[in-house]
Design a protein around this ligand. Structure first.
Ligand SMILES: NC(=O)c1ccc[n+]([C@@H]2O[C@H](COP(=O)([O-])OP(=O)(O)OC[C@H]3O[C@@H](n4cnc5c(N)ncnc54)[C@H](OP(=O)(O)O)[C@@H]3O)[C@@H](O)[C@H]2O)c1
Length: 324
């Protein structure tokens, strides 16, 4: 089978390799992969830019969708359509950027009938995380009538889908981007206002003008600090990413003086019921036209090159990988 293979922790140790399928680990379920994706974390792993991968050699790919070939317990039947996001796959366990994957049965979610494998991977971890962010904000009591909402890194994977989901739910979305010249794309997803990310990514005052009731942040660092400082009284930000940096150079002022909430979002180890619920909600709210608008399909052969482009912020929306 063909697979992306990361041979070691040195930079640029990834190759497109042919390996025997019997080299796969002996897990519960063998999946014939139809599609995988390229997320930010996959790009870090493939380029060796950050210590995402814990053991070598590794097949990256934190997402996959495909058909069950065999299942030891009988929980899945041959031919069942399934998808997988996270669980350390592509980091500690061989992942989805391959034609076959051997995985634990509890990592798999049935593919929602509304989606093809390709459409599910158009969403991938990015879409599922965007939904977790939106749900966390709403659980916190943030509603469209309360005021505008901000999405950072809006032209990227999580940002594009969060922009769409929030706009569909009636929020007035401000999209922060380093590509304001591509504003037509963000407007087509439902953004009402576009701001240049440069207005958020430098050190700012501890408390700033109250601009947004909520935010989805994929950027971290000064951007997240400035978002916290610019939320309305009682506002909340769902923080899921670190595209600018892992640091958070903030003060407690927004939390203790404006009752602002910082909601941490992790997609990797969400329990089964939460992921199923997020995917079922995505199936209701996402349509095929939207997915086609945000998706570029690439073959496995292009993955290594595109990983560099993604980290350089040159990829718009989502990259779906046709592993066959
Ligand atoms: N917590 C979780 O479970 C989880 C799940 C998925 C993703 N994530 C994290 O979320 C982040 C986004 O993931 P993704 O897959 O959406 O990646 P992506 O497609 O590469 O999007 C990231 C976007 O962030 C912006 N950006 C990039 N570099 C930046 C910088 N130096 N300063 C400010 N903005 C920058 C760019 O958007 P613009 O061009 O529009 O500015 C870029 O498109 C990553 O850090 C990823 O690790 C976390």
């Amino acid at each position: 089978m063909k697979a992306i293979f990361i041979n070691g922790k040195e930079k640029n140790s990834s190759t497109l390799a042919e390996i025997e399928a019997d080299q796969l680990p002996d897990n519960d379920v063998l999946v014939n992969v139809d599609y995988s994706t390229l997320n930010y974390k996959d790009a870090l792993a493939i380029t060796g830019s950050s210590p995402v991968v814990r053991q070598f050699p590794m097949i990256p790919g934190i997402d996959l969708a495909g058909k069950v070939v065999s299942c030891k317990s009988g929980r899945f039947k041959k031919g069942d359509n399934v998808l997988l996001n996270g669980w350390g796959v592509g980091e500690q366990h061989w992942g989805g950027l391959a034609q076959y994957a051997s995985v634990k049965e509890e990592w798999l979610v049935p593919l929602p009938t509304a989606f093809s494998s390709k459409q599910a991977m158009s969403l991938g971890t990015a879409g599922y995380t965007a939904m977790l962010c939106v749900q966390a904000l709403e659980k916190q009591g943030i509603a469209p009538k309360d005021g505008p909402i901000l999405v950072s890194g809006a032209a990227g994977g999580v940002g594009s889908i969060a922009t769409f989901l929030l706009a569909q739910r009636g929020y007035e979305v401000t999209a922060s981007t380093g590509r304001p010249h591509d504003s037509d794309y963000l407007l087509s997803l439902g953004a009402k206002n576009i701001i240049d990310r440069a207005s958020l990514n430098q050190a700012g005052k501890p408390l700033q003008k109250e601009l947004w009731v909520g935010a989805v942040d994929v950027v971290g660092s000064h951007t997240l600090a400035n978002i916290c400082a610019s939320l309305q009284y009682g506002g909340a930000v769902a923080a899921c990413g670190l595209a600018q940096g892992m640091d958070l150079p903030a003060t407690v002022a927004p939390f203790i003086l404006r009752g602002v909430s910082l909601l941490g979002i992790d997609s990797v180890y969400q329990p089964y019921d939460r992921r199923l619920q997020a995917w079922e909600t995505l199936a209701k709210e996402i349509d095929a036209t939207m997915l086609a608008n945000v998706t570029t399909e690439i073959p496995l052969e292009d993955v290594i090159e595109k990983a560099g482009d993604l980290l350089a912020g040159q990829v718009q929306g989502r990259l779906v990988v046709n592993v066959n």
